[in-house]
Ligand binder design. Sequence first.
Ligand code: PMV
Length: 325
Amino acid sequence: MHSITVSAPGKLMLLGEHAVVYDRPCLVTTVNQRLALEARLLDDCLFQLEAPDVKISNYKKSFEDIGKAKIPKGAKFVEIAVFNFMKKYKFSSGIHINTITEFSPLYGFGSSSAVTVCTIKALSELFNITLTDKELFDLAYKTVLDIQGKGSGFDIAAAIYGGTLYFFTAGKKIEPLKIKSLPLIVGYSGVKADTVTLINQIKEKAKKYPDIIDRIYDHIAELVEQAKQALLAKDWVRFGELMNMNQGYLNSLGVSTEKLEIMIYATRSAGAYGAKLSGAGGGDCMIAIAPENKKQAVRDAITKKGGQIIDTTTNCKGVIIEKYD
Ligand code: PMV
């Protein structure tokens, strides 16, 4: 086998963001928009990358230089994943990687974690190394931490395991939840947010109000536990109410924005059971859960407030091999 194509899904945080960075649980689901990656071995000792969605074209490096010198933003996750894989499994061969994403990197659907997972998965197949899901998680999580220094790893777990997960910081617990579907509506706020900046913003706040922030995280953890039960029981009314409470805490942490709040309130007024931001905040997406007969009104409310509806289904497959050549 000389070439392989793998794909991994994007994700949406349901409840528990930020608290999950600090030893608490969260709930995450996957979306049907995927990132695909093709990897092929080369005779030359080169690392080559084509990633048009993140403006990387004709990127080349000699094998000894991988992971060194300045790496363009769009190439970082693939290059460091290749570097970490090489170092751990001691292989060396030229490699060409091509990526294509079905969703905009602006949405916060986790293109960085999906591409990291796909890179390691593809290399393990090309070099015949059997990795368990947890081994794949650990190497991909290390890669993300090497680059951004922070993060719970929930997005990595979503890309690997797929479906809907109850996840605890650093993968201490990754529990797939048996659900069929989730009546979610997703609205993009039109603003790209930077996760690390928002985590650091709360960290500063926590220096000033350590006990308050810690207790907010405890409350969010309690909401996640109850929302997990509501989810399993398909009790969407309760799930929505818990989402609303979670949004209140995110607001108090300072990561909501006026635009997100406007969209969230509009969906609630249009009949959603609940709505909240999804992810780090500061922009990106909001999610709403609504009864079937209110879905269109909720979608219209988002559009009316200047948001963009992202048509997606949730609870999708984790990383898969698309084809070998
Ligand atoms: O910005 P997103 O969609 O990648 O979500 C970040 C969620 C955080 O809890 C803030 C960070 C993390 O790694 O869990």
